[in-house]
Design a protein around this ligand. Structure first.
Ligand SMILES: *Cc1c(COP(=O)(O)O)cnc(C)c1O
Ligand code: SF4
Length: 367
C-alpha cells in the first residue's frame, strides 16, 4: 500500500534537535554537527531563512565525515546568514515577469508555474529561497484557472515548466486537478503543450513515485521530467529504479546540476556524474553557475574556475554527456550560455554578459 504524500513529508527531518541526535549517534552517525553547522542553529537570524528539511532517503545517503557532498547540500552552515552586497532576494528577477500569480513568463514560448512552495529537501543553495519553504502551500484552484486563462490567451507558449517548490509534494488528487485545469486551456484541435516536471523528488524521496502517479502522468502528457542531480552519490539504486520507470513509461528525463563549491567542483566528480546519467538514459542538459541568492556565497565557484572545468570536460565527454554551462543573469537578464561571444568586458570585479534584451549584466568574478 502506498503512503499518502503527507505522511512521507512528515517523516522529513525539520527540527534541529532531531538532526543533532541523528548525527551524534555513533551507530548511524555520519559525523556530529560541526562548529559551522551548530553556529547556524544557535543564531537568531535564522528565523525567516529557508527552514531545515531533509528527507529520510537523502539523509541515508550521506556519507561519513563533515565534508560530505550531500551533507553540504542539506545541512545549513552559519555562512548562510551572511549576505554579500551582490546578492538579491529575487536573483532572477522573476517578480518582474509575473503577469498572474504563480506564473513567470520571460521567454516567448515557455512559462514557468510555481505549483507549490514545498520541497522534500530544502537545498541550502536554493536560488528561489525567498519563495520556497512551505508557508504558502499549493497553487490554488483559482490560481490554476488564472494561469490557464493566461495560457489560452498566449498560444505561442509551447512549454509549461511545472516548478516550485516541488510539484511531487502535492497529493495526486491536487496535482492532477491542477494539471487538468491547465490542460483545459488547450484547444482540442491544437498540439498539446509540453509540461516540464521540475523535481528533485525522484532522487530525494523516490518512494513518492508510485505506479499510479506515473500512469496518470502518462494520461495527461506529454510530459518531460527535469531532475536536479548534483553529485553521483545521489544516484542511489532506489532513485535509479524510479528514473528508469519514468523513461520506460515514455516520459523522457533530462538533468540539471548546479556547480557547487565543495560538492561537485572537480573534473572527476562532474565526469562521473554526467557519464553516470547518460548510462541511465538521462541527458545532462544544464550545468548552472550559482545564482546570486542571499546567503549562498559559500557555494559559488568563481566563474573562471567554472569555465576551466567546462573546457576540460569538453575534451573528455561525449556530446551526449556534456551539458551546457549557463547562468541566469542577475536582476532579470535571463538564462544565457556562458560562451565567449556573450562576454563583453570585465570591470571592477564584475564580468559583463549581454542578455537577450541587449543590456549588459554583471556577475561577480569571484562569485
Ligand atoms: C529556465 C527558465 C525557463 C526554461 O528555459 P530553458 O532554457 O528552456 O530550460 C523558462 N522560464 C523561466 C522563467 C526560466 O527561468
Ligand atoms: S528542490 Fe529546488 S526549489 Fe526546492 S529547495 Fe531544492 S533547489 Fe529549491
Amino acid at each position: 500500500m502506498d503512503l499518502p504524500v503527507k505522511s512521507l513529508m512528515s517523516s522529513c527531518i525539520t527540527r534541529f534537535e532531531i538532526l543533532d541526535r541523528y548525527l551524534s549517534d555513533p551507530d548511524t552517525a555520519p559525523s556530529a554537527l560541526t562548529g559551522e553547522e551548530r553556529a547556524y542553529f544557535s543564531d537568531p537570524r535564522r528565523r525567516g531563512n529557508l527552514p531545515l528539511r531533509i528527507s529520510p532517503h537523502f539523509l541515508s545517503l550521506m556519507g561519513p565525515g563533515k565534508d560530505d557532498p550531500l551533507r553540504k547540500q542539506a545541512v545549513p552552515r552559519i555562512q548562510e546568514l551572511d549576505a554579500t552586497a551582490h546578492e538579491l532576494s529575487d536573483p532572477l528577477g522573476e517578480d518582474l515577469y509575473s503577469p498572474v500569480p504563480g506564473l513567470v513568463h520571460r521567454y516567448r514560448d515557455r512559462v514557468l508555474l510555481k505549483m507549490t512552495d514545498l520541497c522534500a529537501l530544502n537545498c541550502r543553495h536554493c536560488f528561489r529561497r525567498s519563495f520556497t519553504g512551505g508557508a504558502r502551500g499549493p497553487l490554488t484552484e483559482a490560481q490554476a484557472d488564472g494561469a490557464a486563462a493566461y495560457l489560452a490567451d498566449h498560444p505561442e507558449v509551447r512549454e509549461v515548466l511545472l516548478s516550485g517548490g516541488d510539484l511531487f509534494t502535492l497529493e495526486d488528487d491536487v496535482l492532477f486537478d491542477r494539471i487538468l485545469r491547465l490542460r483545459a486551456a488547450e484547444d482540442p484541435g491544437e498540439r498539446r503543450r509540453i509540461f516540464r516536471l521540475c523535481s528533485r523528488i525522484p532522487l530525494v524521496t523516490p518512494e513518492r513515485i508510485t505506479d499510479a502517479l506515473i500512469r496518470e502522468l502518462v494520461k495527461t502528457g506529454p510530459h518531460w521530467l527535469v531532475v536536479q542531480v548534483n553529485h553521483p552519490r545521489e544516484l542511489s539504486s532506489e532513485a535509479v529504479a524510479v528514473l528508469g520507470r519514468f523513461i520506460d513509461a515514455g516520459i523522457p528525463v533530462v538533468s540539471q546540476a548546479v556547480l557547487l563549491r565543495g560538492v561537485n567542483d572537480e573534473e572527476e566528480v562532474l565526469e562521473e556524474l554526467f557519464q553516470g546519467l547518460v548510462g541511465l538514459r538521462i541527458k545532462p542538459s544544464y550545468l548552472f553557475q550559482g545564482d546570486l541568492a542571499r546567503g549562498t556565497r559559500h557555494f559559488r565557484v568563481p566563474l573562471l574556475r567554472g569555465l576551466e572545468l567546462m573546457s576540460r570536460l569538453e575534451g573528455r565527454l561525449s556530446g551526449l554527456a556534456l551539458p551546457v554551462y549557463a547562468v541566469d543573469l542577475p536582476g532579470g537578464g535571463g538564462k544565457i550560455r556562458l560562451t565567449p561571444e556573450r562576454h563583453e568586458k570585465d570591470e571592477e570585479g564584475l564580468r559583463y554578459y549581454r542578455g537577450f534584451d541587449g543590456k549588459l549584466y554583471g556577475y561577480p568574478l569571484e562569485g
